[in-house]
Design a protein around this ligand. Structure first.
Ligand code: SF4
Length: 531
């Protein structure tokens, strides 16, 4: 099978296209462009597939080199797309793998110009820029290009877009989606009597808990080819490739989903906010990578978790926490993106303009929580959500870092990052750059909370209990400095305005020491805008 696959790839990789394929194109009328994050034929309209269209996959050099993406992200996107193209070919679809040095839209425009008999369909891209390119193409070839509504999500954008623009909050949205889908419902009431189990889902990790390993995913020849390609042409990109362990086909992704349900879902809820050094995955599913390029679909993951609950394989707090991440948060931020783009791209509520700290590129820091989080990202193109929020975003906020730079970093550094999901998380949720449209308060904390939820501080050269002094945890004085400087955004929020009062009760000498320590730290922090 692999040998066939390789021959096939050699055939479709060569550009200009082979005579045989040229013949297939000549005899095709209908073509369907499938983007690299739409790798699932199950959501494409049956009437479109019934035409046996020529399936066009684009490898855009422009997209690949726009940022110094993590090497694993590029390998994952390319290898999954190539595997999917082969699977489609094996199902009897004619397939064209189109390589372009330009953008997706420009590559397709050239193709349409060269083949004036072709009618092209495409599913609306989730990311803004590719969608704009396709809209331009559809305008230019109005009688030949047709768009299909994006079917990779559960919620109806039109139903919620204007509400979310006006401040419709996540919790209300999530409950509405529960009612619409019937997931975790007992008639009209939430299953178990509660809509969420957050209070049960903030436990710190017991010392001796055993964490099941994620199954190994050996790279096959196709993935190895892509690894070699990235190593050869983009050696300076972010991250390493040694630990690449992601599924690149639907079958393998389903295997990983089942493994999560069987071995980690039961403990996911209780420990979803915990951090353990050297354990990048803990009980997290690590399935966003496959959800976000279509190998897995949101409904099937929710239904797998529900089935596990019905079979007593996982408690309700875990199943609800997992489903809320998909049905609640993921769906909500996708519509937030639709509602707030493109202006949110430039949001910078606190007007922070300092470049990204150097440590985000090389993990070279003696703040151990940061060292561990960035090391995970370099090694895996991944860290779990609480490291993203409580460590990486928190530190960026506390050090006056430009949220746009943090946004770019998250986008290029994570294998699961597409703009529709990453931008709202960074500019809305974690940095408050949108001024409170998505989140009710800036996400900042001192060292105590990191210490409560992790084992990092025990390995750190700083003292998490110390507030001021050479050994004091920098998160402590940076936090109070932030509260003081941005007291307006705290004072207006009932939940955290208390912190302003606590700061004001500190002595003048202590306040001055906090200011000096924070200013010195921020000014001395090495910074590097981009790799
Ligand atoms: Fe992070 Fe402070 Fe703990 Fe060190 S002491 S690991 S810097 S929170």
């Amino acid at each position: 099978m692999l040998e066939t696959a390789r021959q096939f790839l050699q055939q479709i990789d060569n550009f200009p296209i082979s005579p045989q394929l040229e013949n297939i194109i000549k005899n095709s009328i209908h073509a369907l462009f499938i983007l690299h994050d739409q790798l699932n034929l199950a959501v494409f309209p049956p009437e479109v597939l019934a035409q046996k269209p020529l399936l066009i996959f684009v490898e855009s050099q422009d997209y690949a080199i726009a940022l110094p993406h993590h090497k694993q992200k590029l390998v994952y996107i390319l290898s999954a797309q190539r595997h999917f193209a082969i699977a489609c070919h094996q199902q009897g679809f004619p397939v064209l793998n189109l390589f372009t040095t330009d953008s997706h839209g420009a590559g397709l425009a050239d193709f349409l110009q060269q083949h004036p008999h072709i009618q092209l369909s495409y599913m609306q891209p989730s990311e803004w820029d590719t969608r704009s390119q396709m809209a331009d193409l559809a305008q230019r070839y109005a009688d030949r290009v047709t768009s299909i509504a994006n079917q990779f999500f559960i919620a109806d954008v039109d139903q919620f877009k204007s509400k979310i623009k006006k401040g419709y909050r996540l919790e209300t949205f999530y409950r509405e989606l529960r009612k619409q889908t019937g997931y975790l419902m007992d008639g009209k009431q939430p299953l178990g009597g509660k809509w969420n189990y957050d209070k049960e889902n903030r436990k710190s990790l017991p010392k001796n808990v055993s964490i099941p390993a994620i199954p190994a995913m050996a790279a096959d020849e196709i993935t190895q080819e892509v690894i070699d390609l990235v190593n050869t042409y983009l050696p300076q990109n972010f991250g390493t490739l040694q630990h690449f362990n992601y599924a690149v086909t639907r079958d393998r992704a389903l295997h990983l989903a089942q493994d999560f349900i069987t071995h980690r879902l039961a403990n996911f809820g209780a420990y979803e906010d915990a951090i353990k050094t050297g354990e990048p995955f803990l009980f997290h599913s690590v399935l966003s990578i496959y959800l976000n390029n279509g190998l897995l679909l949101p409904q099937e993951l929710c239904e797998m978790a529900l089935a596990a609950y019905q079979q007593n394989l996982a408690p309700l707090n875990s199943v609800e926490g997992f489903i809320r991440q998909i049905l609640g948060w993921r769906e909500y931020i996708r519509i937030y993106y639709e509602a707030q783009m493109p202006t949110v791209r430039y949001a910078n509520y606190f007007q922070f303009h300092l470049a990204l700290p150097q440590l985000y590129w090389d993990a070279q820091t003696d703040l151990y929580c940061l060292h561990d989080a960035v090391s995970n990202v370099i090694k895996h193109g991944y860290s779990h959500h609480i490291q993203r929020l409580m460590v990486l975003s928190n530190f960026s906020n506390l050090t006056n870092t430009d949220p746009q730079q943090l946004n770019h970093w998250f986008y290029l550094a994570y294998v699961d990052a597409y703009e529709w999901v990453e931008l709202p998380n960074v500019l809305g949720m974690s940095t408050f750059a949108d001024g409170g449209i998505l989140a009710s308060k800036p996400y900042v904390s001192g060292g105590n909370y990191i210490n409560k939820m992790s084992n990092c501080c025990a390995q750190c050269r700083y003292d998490v209990k110390a507030k001021i002094g050479e050994d004091a945890c920098p998160f402590n004085y940076l936090y109070w400095h932030f509260v003081d400087r941005h007291r307006d955004s705290f004072a207006e929020n009932g939940r955290v305005s208390l912190m302003v009062n606590v700061y004001d009760q500190k002595s003048a000498a202590e306040q001055e020491a906090i200011r000096d320590a924070a200013d010195n730290f921020i000014n001395a922090l090495p910074r590097q805008a981009s790799k």
